[in-house]
Design a binder for this molecule. Structure first.
Ligand code: GUN
Length: 296
């Protein structure tokens, strides 16, 4: 792990470095799979519209595939694409034997019913783990295809040496993408989990008791040192581009003088989300080849 920033007490929980280590392992694994089966895992990423942030995320995912040897394809569709066309594309990819993972980048344009599209992805190829069947598997403890950002958070906590069994963990987010699946993974590790959100009456009353705080509000500076007990571990999933053009997390600077470990933004959770996506694509391939068990 990288040393603490000067003048700060917390150590940097370095997602960029951890993701690079995971990629090294995945690269060797992909090379071995290619030798054994004559082909590499394949991921197709669908990007609808021209949201600049989504375009950057998709570019990073495709580049990461290239680094580890996963065969990636990016399908770009105009924002005017119909829901039926998009679902038809996903169904075609479900049938394509060379595609092990399908990822539909969200957000989607407002005229498209997001759930219909995400639920069209065959659970075996659901490398985002957004399908209700994938969510259900994670909930009951089968984490072979774990949701990317929540699993990335857990890998970061492991790297910081956090003992989750019995730990008080506060998650500030209750979305289907982050808060709910993360709570499930934490419960699977016997953490005591509190999920907070916009309607939570007294956020500090919860966060001040926490050993670990995971924040994903998208409100820069929302979490301050005053929210924390001394030595808490903070994982910042928030990512907002400020008027200064820079990326900001949810943490105020004061967090760094109270916590023991903090993830930076950028360079914390973001690279880990991508590393888990690669891992899921490899796992999907291994399931298809019969060298990883099918879902329970
Ligand atoms: N948009 C922001 N994060 C994600 C993600 O992890 N997966 C998909 N599909 N879209 C996203």
């Amino acid at each position: 792990m990288a040393p603490s920033a000067p003048g700060k007490r917390a150590q940097v929980l370095d997602g960029k470095a951890l993701a690079a280590r995971l990629e090294t392992g995945l690269k060797a694994e992909v090379a071995d799979l290619k030798r054994r089966f004559g082909k590499a895992p394949g991921l197709t990423v669908i990007l609808v519209g021209d949201d600049p942030a989504s375009a950057v995320y998709v570019k990073r995912k495709v580049e990461a595939c290239g680094r580890v040897g996963i065969v990636s394809r990016e399908v770009r569709l105009p924002a005017t694409v119909s829901e039926d066309e998009l679902v038809g594309l996903v169904e075609g990819l479900n049938r394509d034997a060379d595609v092990n993972g399908i990822l539909v980048q969200v957000p989607l344009p407002p005229h498209i019913h997001k759930a219909r599209v995400l639920h069209a992805v065959q659970p075996y190829k659901d490398v985002d783990a957004f399908h209700p069947e994938s969510v259900g598997h994670a909930l009951i403890g089968d984490e072979t295809m774990a949701p990317c950002t929540p699993q990335g958070v857990l890998l970061l906590l492991d790297a910081a040496g956090v003992q989750l069994a019995g730990a008080e963990v506060v998650v500030i987010n209750h979305s289907n993408l982050i808060g709910k699946p993360l709570a499930a993974l934490l419960i699977n590790r016997d953490a005591t989990v509190t999920v907070c959100h916009k309607q939570t009456k007294d956020l500090k009353a919860h966060t001040r008791r926490a050993d670990v705080v995971v924040t994903a509000t998208g409100v820069p500076g929302l979490l301050t040192g005053d929210h924390l007990r001394d030595g808490a571990v903070v994982v910042d999933v928030g990512i907002t581009r400020g008027a200064d053009g820079k990326l900001h997390g949810d943490c105020d600077d004061s967090v760094w003088s109270k916590a023991s470990w903090v993830t930076p933004v950028p360079g914390g959770v973001g690279p880990m989300t991508i590393a888990v996506l690669l891992q899921n694509t490899v796992r999907s391939f291994k399931r298809k080849m019969g060298i990883l068990p099918a879902p329970l």
